[in-house]
Structure formats: C-alpha cells, structure tokens
Write a protein that binds this ligand. Structure first.
Ligand code: PMP
Length: 407
C-alpha cells in the first residue's frame, strides 16, 4: 500500500462526507465530472463576495483586481500544460467548445472537397460531431482509425491513414469510455512527418497525467475545468501561437476587438482574439485554484494512486464471471467500464445508487464505441485522487449483490 495521503485529500472535499440514501457517498463518476476541493469553493465564494467585477475594461479597483486574478489563472493554466506563452492559452467553456473553435476557425476556412480529417474509433462525441459538421460544410471527409477488441488503436491500420490528404489529426489522449491512453507523442511525430497538425483531446488525460504540450509538440490541446476539480463552464484551448495567429476569430463581440467601426473591425491580439464577450470570470479564477490544488498533490502521485485503484478493481472484476470488462488496453487510466450478464447497465447504475455508489451508466457520449463492442451501454466506474481501495471493495461487493438478486 502506498503512502499517498488519500484520507487527508478526502478531507478537502466536503461533499465526500455526505450521505446518499443514508449511506456514505462512494463517488465513482469522476470521468463525467470531479468533485471540488474546499479551496475551489472558497475561491468562488471569495471572488463573488469581494473581488467581482467585469474584467479588462474597467479602470476601477475591483475591475483591475478581477482582471489581475483572471490573468493570473491564465499563467497557472500555462504552467499546467507547460505552454510557452500565455498567448497560447484561450479560456473557453470546455473541451467541447475548444474543439468546435478549432473546427470552425482552423479547419473550415481551409478544407476543400477531397481533404480529410482523421480521428479514431474511440472518440467522445465532442471529438466526432464538430468534424462531421465541418466536413458537411466543406465537402471534406472524416476518416476513422480503427481499434482492436482491447480498445487500443491498431497502429498498422493508423499509419496508412495518415496521408497528405489529411489536414488535421484529432485524437483523445485518454478515452472516457474505455480508459485507453493513446501513445500520442509518436502519433504526433508521425503526423508531423507529413506536415499534419494535431489536436489532442485531453479532457480525460489532464486530470490524471502530467501534460507537457511543448514535449508533445501538438498544435492544439483541450481540456475542461470541471474534470480537473475546478468549476464547470470553463476550459482551456491551448494552441501554438503561430497557428492561433493565423486563425480568424471564432466569435465576434466585446473583448476580442482592438477597434470597431461600421466600415470594419480590427481584432485584438492573442489570447483575447478568441475570447469574445464576458467570460466565466470567477470560474476561471476557480480553475486556477483547482490546478494549483492538483499541482500541490502532484500529478505523478495522483497517477500512481489511480493506477493502483484500477489494478485492484480490475483484479476483483476479473474474479466475477458474470462481469465483462469493456476496454482492456495495456496502457489505461483509472476507468473501469463493464457490463453484467442479465442486468442492463442502467439497472446497474440505479441499483448501485441505492447503495450510495455513484457510477455512470450509458453510452458515455461515445456511441460508436458501444456499437463496436456490441453493447447498448456500459456501467463505468472512474477513479479520482480521493477514491480509496475500500470504495473499490464497496463497488465490487455491490456488483456481487446485484448478481445474486438477478441470478
Ligand atoms: N472529450 C472527452 C474524452 C470527454 O470525456 C469529454 C467529457 N465527457 C469531452 C471531450 C467533453 O467535455 P465537456 O463536456 O466538458 O466539454
């Protein structure tokens, strides 16, 4: 057993002390959204109580204070991804908006009939639908790199799909439905050998793995605040400066302009060019606090703890003959998707909830993954830094009790 301070961490998350249906909450739906530490809750409260005003436009003290804190959060996000410059950090609503921004602002003006966007078979809908939309708008085609029955990308099939027709490779760092961690660094290098830019969907990876965008060398990296223990309604698009400079704005409005007249508008420089309108001010500042909290615990320690939980859960799951694990990649993050013989995943979710155990049941916004594995849905337990081995025991004992009822 490691000396990861899980009980100390749990004490920082007030909701974990709550009861659900008179039982201690066992929160295993972290891939959908993580719970928030007190420091994030306090930051939001403090900003709204004492530091709130609109940013970037005011000359008064509160506006300047809010602006300072907002821009300090940008620096924190820069450090989190090891981006070269704060100009490369665009605050958006979340991973979904970030991908749509790149689809509409980078891909749409560029794509011609005959061009291709390459994704993988394990993508979240957020990394499928924006590309389908832009392909419809431009006549380009969407290509899908296949995976095997373990839920791993088939590299021999992937590489031939990288051709000069491909104008962007967009792939998840870690799959939300399967837990698969893709070998993004060599895949990015392979794409670059053909001058193909790469977008990495880091919605699942950012909370669990240390990310260094300069080392990865990807053109775009996206993640959501609510999955890194921060507030909802905020996320980050990282883009290499030269790429963002070359892209037109995504939305027009306030804050993204330098000068407006009826004869034309001059846009602001980076990063503001892509931040039209009043942003989620307190939430961005809260995201800064969340990232600092994660950094305080340390991503290497978090990853090791979660790997431990996953290994333990997988071992117990393998001992249950009625349970089928969906997604058995050799390199996986803390996600255990499964089905049970004779019990629909939605019933698993509801029945486990009766025991105070929160898992997700459904298609996890990855319907093509469900189709590939010929299942309507799965139940998914997903781990975070505050989960314990005892909670894994509760889950597996809960699963066994359901099996008995349905036998
Ligand atoms: N990509 C992946 C891999 C995800 O897991 C999610 C969220 N489930 C998203 C993208 C979209 O994130 P959001 O809903 O926060 O925009």
């Amino acid at each position: 057993m490691s000396n990861f301070p899980v009980m100390q961490i749990r004490a920082d998350f007030p909701i974990l002390a709550d009861k659900i249906r008179d039982r201690p909450l066992v929160y295993l739906d972290n891939a959908a959204s993580c719970q928030k530490p007190q420091v994030v809750i306090d930051t939001l409260t403090h900003v709204y109580a004492h530091e709130y005003a609109n940013i970037h436009r005011g000359v008064h003290t509160l506006s300047m204070r809010a602006t300072e804190r907002f821009e300090a959060a940008r620096e924190i996000a820069r450090g989190f991804l090891n981006a070269e410059s704060v100009k490369e950090i665009i605050f958006v609503r979340g991973a979904t908006e970030a991908i749509n921004l790149v689809a509409q602002s980078y891909a749409r003006p560029l794509l011609q009939p005959g061009d291709e966007i390459l994704i993988t078979a394990m993508e979240h809908h957020a990394n499928i639908v924006p590309w389908q939309m832009v392909c419809q708008q431009t006549g380009a085609a969407l290509k899908v790199a296949p995976m095997n029955l373990q839920g791993e990308l088939i590299l021999e099939a992937f590489y031939p799909l990288l051709t000069p027709k491909v104008k962007l490779l967009a792939l998840s760092h870690m799959s939300n439905a399967l837990g698969t961690i893709n070998p993004v660094k060599p895949l990015i290098a392979a794409a670059h050998a053909l001058n193909i830019p790469v977008l990495v969907d880091g919605a699942q990876a950012a909370p669990h793995l240390a990310v260094d965008v300069q080392d990865l060398d990807c053109e775009f990296y996206v993640f959501s605040g609510h999955k890194v223990y921060g507030p909802s309604g905020v996320g980050v698009l990282y883009g290499k400066q030269a790429w963002l400079e070359a892209m037109p704005p995504y939305q027009g409005g306030g804050d993204m302009i330098r000068k407006v007249s009826f004869s034309g508008t001059e846009y602001a420089g980076l990063p503001h060019k892509f931040e039209a309108g009043t942003p989620a001010i307190a939430e961005v500042i809260g995201l800064g606090a969340a990232i600092q909290y994660v950094q305080g615990v340390g991503l290497a320690a978090i990853a090791a703890h979660e790997a431990d939980l996953l290994a333990y859960a997988t071992e117990l799951a393998r001992g249950i003959p009625e349970l089928r694990i969906i997604g058995e990649a050799a390199h996986k993050g803390g996600i255990l998707s499964f089905t049970l013989h004779k019990i629909h995943p939605h019933d698993i979710g509801t029945l486990l909830d009766n025991l105070g155990i929160a898992v997700r049941a459904g298609h996890h916004c990855a319907m093509p993954v469900m189709e590939f594995f010929c299942v309507p849905a799965t139940a998914r337990a997903s781990f975070a830094m505050y989960n314990t081995h005892q909670e894994v025991d509760y889950l597996m004992n809960g699963v066994k009790s359901l099996i008995k009822v349905f036998a």
